[in-house]
Design a protein around this ligand. Sequence first.
Ligand code: FMN
Length: 163
Amino acid sequence: MKAIFERVSIRRYQDRPVEREKILALLRAAMAAPSAANQQPWEFYVVTDREKILALSAVTPHTRFAAEAPVVIVPVYRTSIKAPSYAQIDMSIALENLWLSCSEQGLGGVWMGIAPIESYMKQVEEILQIREGLRAFALFPLGYPAEERSQIDRYDESRIHFC
Ligand SMILES: Cc1cc2nc3c(=O)[nH]c(=O)nc-3n(C[C@H](O)[C@H](O)[C@H](O)COP(=O)(O)O)c2cc1C
């Protein structure tokens, strides 16, 4: 619960590499997610190449902060699965798990939307040469935080309807 209420978007990163074990811990959390028919559609590209990160950061008008990140995780999903219409929902749960596990590793990051915008998905797939049968889902730039933020309380009882 602590992780849920402390999670924030971190878009500024220290110029410091992220240890492989920490990245693997995040990906372990992502892969612990539930999925429709347990289809686990996910695969993950871990991008540290500067040129590729710069190219990814230019894909949308909202992704420029990714340029500063030492690592960008790009979750992708398989298309040959039992319930393809649920793939992006499954990916969302996995990515939220990953995001929530950042604080435990002392890391910060932010989900940058790519799917379901077809043109953004295609650009990311081209930059990373993602193979046929996989679709780009999002960008998740991350690193050691260079900004401090706290979550704004969004609890709103008027949105709750007991019946
Ligand atoms: C599906 C999705 C897409 C998002 N896309 C972007 C994005 O392209 N660029 C960005 O800087 N933040 C992006 N965000 C982060 C949101 O702006 C952020 O979660 C929201 O403003 C709430 O702030 P918080 O995460 O600090 O609580 C995205 C978040 C989600 C869930």
